[in-house]
Design a protein around this ligand. Structure first.
Ligand code: HEC
Ligand code: HEC
Length: 347
């Protein structure tokens, strides 16, 4: 009798804990397409997002507790890694690719420059286990998380009990990343009719629609397909992109089309960070295209632009910078959780 009572009380506590969770509605403008992430399998709640945020910023995920996801994906760089052409992991090890910016991930089905990962919930396993990134065994990460005092409580708040599992950890990381929506640039203001383009920006927009929009399609500024945009092969990296994954000749040198939002914050550019300036990128399209078998037909012979068109295009690209996203306090290091004593002092 007593045992039954205890069991039903425990059930009640668990139920009420999960009922207390705050559902989180992902907000995005009406001119965005519908997200493709299946939220039914990982329903967003404020508590799970907060857990994911703590995990994203916690270097405990790496072998020597020195590198967090945010070490390579900094909020101030739209979650890319400014100034580093190739990524830097534990023990100063250098990777082979540029860390991409992270935003609008709910609209993407394939991840990494070569499309190696086809579900966001699986993505984190790659950097955690990569010897040049976090170099850690995933099982060990779960054990370390179990032992760190803040986590059982955060897991309890998120899942209704304090059980730490790999699946919960990965889904929470996805939750935080899914909330990284960039839709607050000047371009968005124009779409929402709260801002207006200058004449130069309007001219740049027209040039953009003519030459770039087929691949960097608005309003996300990517179709998230894989294309060869005519970069020369770096003989020290010998990176064939999607071809490495599928081993098919037709995929050789295809890379995921990156979004053009937030470019001011995400330099250097391209999968290997070879260009530091947007001018260099534009000059690549006008006079640097390399002809290879898989080059996209749109780029055969390059794109012809006058000097004026180049300047206008640049002005338009800068309207895609989203300060509201980059400086959103909700996306930053969760000081109160990860450094509670300092958090109190500074608040
Ligand atoms: C050492 C630097 C480094 C660390 C640490 C790191 N990443 Fe990355 N991240 C990269 C690089 C480089 C890529 C591109 C890899 C590729 O294309 O092969 C990437 C790709 C991604 C992508 C795919 C983005 C896209 O547009 O396809 C996501 C999502 C991501 N990282 C999330 C994370 C998470 C979550 C963590 C922590 C568990 C993490 N990263 C840790 C460097 C890093
Ligand atoms: C055929 C498709 C295609 C067209 C057309 C195209 N791009 Fe790209 N763009 C890509 C691909 C693919 C990449 C990534 C290539 C890589 O890193 O290997 C890219 C990368 C970029 C980058 C780097 C972004 C980053 O975060 O690293 C910029 C900037 C860019 N393109 C601007 C433009 C502009 C401006 C135009 C029009 C003048 C344009 N692109 C036309 C496919 C295209």
């Amino acid at each position: 009798m007593k045992i039954k009572l205890i069991i039903s009380m425990v059930v009640l506590i668990i139920c009420s804990a999960s009922m207390l969770q705050d559902k989180y509605e992902l907000l995005y403008p009406n001119y965005f397409p519908s997200p493709v992430y299946d939220f039914e399998k990982n329903e967003l709640t404020t508590e799970k997002i907060e857990l994911g945020r703590a995990l994203f910023y916690d270097p405990i995920l790496s072998k020597d507790n020195s590198i967090s996801c945010a070490s390579c994906h900094s909020p101030y760089n739209a979650f890319a890694h400014t100034d580093h052409d190739l990524s830097h992991g534990i023990e100063d090890k250098i990777g082979i690719r540029n860390a991409p910016a992270l935003f609008n991930l709910a609209w993407q089905t394939t991840f990494m420059w070569d499309g190696a990962i086809n579900h966001l919930d699986m993505q984190a396993l790659a950097p955690i286990s990569s010897p040049t990134e976090m170099g850690e065994d995933f099982k060990n990460v779960v054990e370390k998380i179990k032992r760190k005092p803040i986590y059982p409580k955060l897991f309890f708040q998120a899942y209704g009990d304090s059980l730490v599992t790999g699946e919960r950890l990965l889904k929470a990381l996805s939750q935080f990343q899914l909330t990284l929506v960039s839709a607050g640039s000047k371009y968005d203001g124009v779409k929402k009719e709260t801002a207006e383009f200058s004449d130069q920006e309007t001219a740049g927009y027209i040039t953009f629609l003519k030459h770039c929009n087929a691949c960097h399609r608005e309003p996300l500024f990517s179709t998230y397909q894989f294309k060869n945009n005519g970069l020369s092969i770096d003989s020290s990296l010998n990176d064939f992109g999607k071809g490495v994954i599928t081993q098919k000749a037709k995929d050789s040198l295809l890379f995921k089309i990156p979004s053009l939002r937030n470019l001011s914050y995400t330099y250097p550019y391209m999968h290997d960070g070879r260009f530091r300036k947007l001018k260099e990128v534009i000059n690549h399209y006008t006079s640097g295209i390399q002809e290879t078998a898989t080059l996209d037909v749109r780029l055969k012979n390059g794109i012809s632009l006058t000097e004026n068109e180049k300047v206008d295009l640049l002005a338009f690209l800068l309207t895609l910078d989203d300060k509201n996203f980059v400086f959103n306090p909700k996306n930053k290091f969760p000081k109160k959780i990860l450094l509670p004593s300092e958090g109190i002092m500074n608040n």
